[in-house]
Write a protein that binds this ligand. Structure first.
Ligand code: NDP
Length: 246
């Protein structure tokens, strides 16, 4: 579905981003993986992608830093020989109830999860506008729609990503560029490993399909949105949550 396409996945070293990177590679895309610090994991993803017969490169780049993004993106476009798809997936959590939430924890989550996506979009948009095509996919969250106690920073960033997605969809549609968001529910990754057994049972009770999602459940949606099958879809938010948000 993605033969000869060039895809950048931020946070592609682990969890959902890793699954998206490998699924896109399986579909024939050459991939660039951005990671924060986990070089070993990023290299493993690239090696697995190369074994699937595509080109794969990894780059350490803190997406919250505009300078780092500005330095890294031209390397990616040069190495891949172009760029067709960006997936803004890099994310962190710093959970606390609001009275206990330090401003630095509020701001760092906004800076990585929301401003990081803006950096990538801003500095790839000129390339996409020039080639009159491009796919932007932002990984939001169900909590960006519903909110969540203890995650005000994270929910605010994820809600912001939805506004960013819809604005980009309107701004870039006339240039043949689409921008969509995916709102995963509870997906089994290192990010959710920290949830204790009690809370886990409560979360599973709230999921009609009665199971946590797998990273591949999200990756399948990302591949679809990146493919030509999604040509007429933009500005949409797709829940991949086992019915959690119904
Ligand atoms: P993980 O914690 O498993 O992985 C996070 C990834 O983001 C890693 O690859 C990490 O790189 C990278 N990353 C973190 N900060 C930065 C940064 N500043 N610059 C570049 N890369 C960075 O998370 P998940 O796979 O669980 O989540 C992926 C996305 O999906 C996130 O945006 C998350 O908010 C969202 N999501 C997750 C849900 C879930 O249930 N898991 C539910 C809803 C949304 P490194 O390996 O180098 O540390």
């Amino acid at each position: 579905m993605l033969k000869n396409k060039k895809a950048l996945i931020t946070g592609g070293s682990r969890g959902i981003g890793r699954a998206i990177a490998l699924e896109m590679a399986r579909e024939g895309a050459d991939i660039a993986v951005i990671y924060a610090g986990n070089e070993k994991a990023a290299k493993e993803v690239c090696q697995q992608a190369q074994e699937l017969g595509v080109k794969a490169y990894c780059y350490q780049c803190d997406v919250s830093s505009e300078d780092e993004v500005i330095k890294t993106l031209p390397l990616i476009i040069k190495d891949l020989g172009g760029l067709d798809i960006i997936v803004n997936n890099a994310g962190i959590v710093r959970d606390a109830l609001i009275p206990m939430m330090k401003e630095e924890d509020f701001l760092s989550v906004i800076q990585t999860n929301l401003v990081g996506a803006y950096h990538i979009i801003r500095h790839t948009s000129r390339h996409f506008v020039k080639q009159r095509s491009g796919r932007m996919i932002n990984i939001s969250s169900v909590v960006g729609i519903s909110g969540n106690a203890g995650q005000a920073n994270y929910a605010a960033a994820k809600a912001g990503l939805i506004g960013l997605t819809k604005s980009c969809a309107k701004e870039f549609a006339s240039r043949g560029i689409t921008c969509n968001a995916i709102a995963p529910g509870f997906i089994k990754t290192e990010m959710t490993d920290a949830v204790g057994e009690d809370k886990m049972q409560a979360v599973l009770c709230a999921i009609p399909l009665k199971r946590a999602g797998e990273p591949d459940d999200v990756a399948n949606m990302a591949v679809f949105l990146a493919s030509e099958k999604a040509n007429y879809i933009t500005g949409a938010v797709f829940a991949v949550d086992g019915g959690m948000s119904i």
